[in-house]
Design a protein around this ligand. Structure first.
Ligand code: ZN
Length: 673
């Protein structure tokens, strides 16, 4: 996590000196720390928004709607709506982009970048009634802004069923149609719209609706899916397990098995294997790759030839994943559009990773914090050096949203007014302004590029199980993670496919879910045990010396006791209520350890208000890195100006201290000599 990611940007230096010419220069990739966006743009901006931006100074905002969605509704002058209202309510793409060009310039003057939201697939309208996108395309197309039409009619690029008819779904008075991401003509259309957006001064695009549901069986999809199957599966697998004896002659009526609606077979408890139909798993893998190919072709490869520093992200989702209230352990119900990509393509080319999750709500009297403690840790481990945001649709616990993101090293997110935002106390600019200023003032501690997770325990996330269509580990993963959280054990996540000796060596204990562990990973774990590490395996024996965690895991206190007992070491301890979550980071180059305290306690009696309740001082006994000698401890919190000095006692490799009280977020800075 320490390495600063860089990209090669072609810079033409006009220089009179000998040897001048094309020069490759290293330019850091833009990773936003603060972001105002999400679906707040679902309502129109209010007067004074630019002043608000100037005061709060987010690194980046989402604004506008571009691309196919805009063409569906722009001519209605604000009255027609795909998903997002057209703002400003003008009547042509030309006027719309001219307005945004001015807005973007104003935002840039305030140090704020603007990403236009851009539909990758969806358009809206009614083809029979010739409305929405169809009317715009046929009658109103603005070639002076968008270039020539890439095809005479939309039939050339929309996704089509086995009878060649456009696939569509009811949406209010219209239908949702979709361009096919595998169709070169659709990609050409997107490219022309990308160019128009860049010309209007947008810094980049938040690419929405990255969906492929298998219903398009156009010639491009047929041919590409066949090539994918031939490259990834044997003839025997195709014939015996997928029902395709002759791939060349096969005609798909859907990308997947024809009875695709059949739910996957539930896992047998004794086998611990999920039996997701092989052809459907192949179809989901293919869908993820099709979307990624389209994104790369249009935005990364083409867009960045026009603007090398184009800011890109894709709007993807976590559904039925490892959130606090999810109970799913069935792959069929689990949604994450990127999850089946080969790991080297996951998020590749994106400035930051964005996941929209279900709405997070606290229900403290029933023991629910409404946190993103597990999915956030998995996302951090996947993202590595890159920025990431887990959108919680939590538009009134904004200080808490910021605090949790700071602790996880993610992007701090805010919204401003609007129907989705709900809250009231959040909407005074002073609040986000003061928190974002706190982030900037303490960049040397909080910059995610300059810190790495520091934890006693690592949970190994078995991504290979997901690639095999097996989500049965979700249950024990949630149980163990929740047990560690409740016991305030410092833990993080390692992705099985990225696991190295060095990653393991940073932890005292690793917890492994045994499905799909490779021989190379067994060897890594064996070496780790020989070096003194403890490997705890959920309900299995894996390698010599591994420890078996078995039995019912649903009782969190009991599960934490079992893990502590198996580990046989004293973890760092924190004397804090269950409503406080603890994270720690290291800054090896600065010889620092950071402890983040996130306080979820609040008065829940009034809807749409955050009303945090201050946390008591936290007494901690922290295990320090080897040979670490503490020279001083400070405490920072956004509500108190400046750093507060904290007394400490070091005994061997442990330091004891008690923090001051704080409201929502507290940062303990432990400086080494
Ligand atoms: Zn297609």
């Amino acid at each position: 996590m320490i390495r600063v990611e860089t990209c090669r940007v072609l810079v033409l230096l006009l220089c009179l000196a000998w040897g001048a010419g094309l020069v490759w220069a290293e330019t850091p990739i833009f990773h936003p720390r603060t972001l105002l966006g999400g679906e707040y743009w679902g309502t129109t901006a209010k007067e004074g928004y630019l002043n608000y931006l100037g005061a709060v100074q987010p690194d980046l905002i989402h604004g506008s709607l571009l691309g196919p969605e805009l063409c569906s509704s722009v001519y209605g002058a604000g009255k027609l709506v795909g998903i997002t209202p057209v703002y400003p309510p003008v009547g042509t793409v030309k006027e719309y982009l001219a307005w945004w060009k001015n807005f973007n310039a104003e935002a840039h003057q305030r140090g704020v970048k603007v990403q236009g939201t851009f539909s990758l697939t969806y358009v809206w309208g009614d083809q029979e009634k010739h409305t929405g996108f169809f009317k715009y395309y046929d009658d109103l197309w603005e070639a002076d802004v968008l270039g020539p039409k890439p095809a005479p009619t939309p039939d050339a690029f929309l996704r089509v069923d086995a009878e060649g008819k456009p696939v569509h779904d009811k949406y209010n008075d219209w239908y949702t149609y979709s361009g096919c991401p595998n169709n070169p003509t659709w990609r050409q259309l997107l490219k022309q719209m990308v160019k128009a957006g860049i010309d209007a001064g947008f810094d980049g695009f938040m690419v929405q609706f990255p969906y492929f549901d298998g219903r398009c069986v156009c010639p491009s999809c047929q041919a590409k899916f066949k090539a994918f199957l031939a490259a990834n599966y044997t003839k025997e697998e195709l014939a015996n397990e997928m029902g395709i004896p002759d791939l060349a002659a096969h005609k798909f009526t859907i990308i997947g098995s024809p009875e695709k609606t059949t739910p996957s077979t539930p896992a047998k408890p004794e086998s611990k294997e999920a039996m997701y139909p092989k052809l459907d798993l192949a179809a989901r893998r293919f869908g993820a790759i099709s979307i990624k190919d389209c994104f790369d072709d249009v935005f990364v490869n083409y867009g960045r030839t026009l603007k090398p520093d184009l800011v890109l992200s894709m709007w993807t989702h976590f559904r039925q994943f490892v959130t606090e209230d999810a109970v799913n352990s069935d792959f069929n119900n689990y949604l994450d559009e990127r999850t089946l990509l080969p790991i080297e393509r996951w998020g590749q080319g994106e400035n930051y990773l964005w996941y929209s999750s279900p709405m997070y709500k606290s229900d403290l009297k029933n023991g629910v914090l409404g946190d993103s403690a597990l999915d956030g840790r998995v996302l951090r481990a996947m993202a590595g050096d890159r920025a990431f945001e887990l959108l919680k649709y939590d538009y009134f616990r904004w200080r808490l949203v910021t605090a949790e993101s700071l602790a996880q090293g993610g992007i701090c997110f805010g919204a401003w007014e609007g129907g989705w935002s709900g809250g009231q106390d959040r909407e005074q600019p002073n609040h986000l302004q003061s928190y974002y200023q706190f982030i900037r003032d303490n960049d040397k501690y909080l910059n995610p590029g300059q810190r790495e997770s520091y934890a006693d325990v690592a949970m190994i996330y078995p991504r290979q199980a997901i690639l095999a269509g097996d989500a049965t580990f979700f249950g024990p993963f949630r149980d163990i993670g929740r047990a560690l959280l409740k016991a305030h054990v410092l833990f993080d996540v390692i992705i099985d496919q990225k696991m190295t000796d060095a990653d393991l060596a940073k932890h005292k204990v690793v917890i492994v879910f045994p499905s799909q562990v490779t021989e190379a990973q067994r060897q890594l774990l064996s070496r780790y045990i020989k070096a003194g590490g403890k490997v705890i395996v959920h309900d299995a024996h894996l390698v010599d010396g591994s420890l078996n965690l078995e039995g019912d895991l649903s009782n969190r206190e009991e599960t934490a006791r079992k893990i502590t007992g198996l580990a046989g070491i004293t973890f760092s301890t924190f004397d804090a209520p269950w409503t406080v979550e603890v994270y720690a980071d290291r800054q090896p180059k600065k010889n620092r350890v950071l402890v983040h305290l996130v306080n979820f306690n609040r008065d829940e009696s009034q809807g749409n208000k955050e009303l945090p309740l201050a946390a008591a001082p936290v007494k901690m006994d922290l295990r320090l890195p080897a040979k670490f000698k503490v020279s001083g401890v400070q405490f920072l919190t956004p509500e108190v100006k400046g750093a507060q000095k904290v007394k400490f006692t070091q005994q061997g490799d442990r330091v004891q201290l008690t923090t001051p009280g704080y409201l929502v977020y507290g940062l303990v800075v432990i400086q080494g000599r």
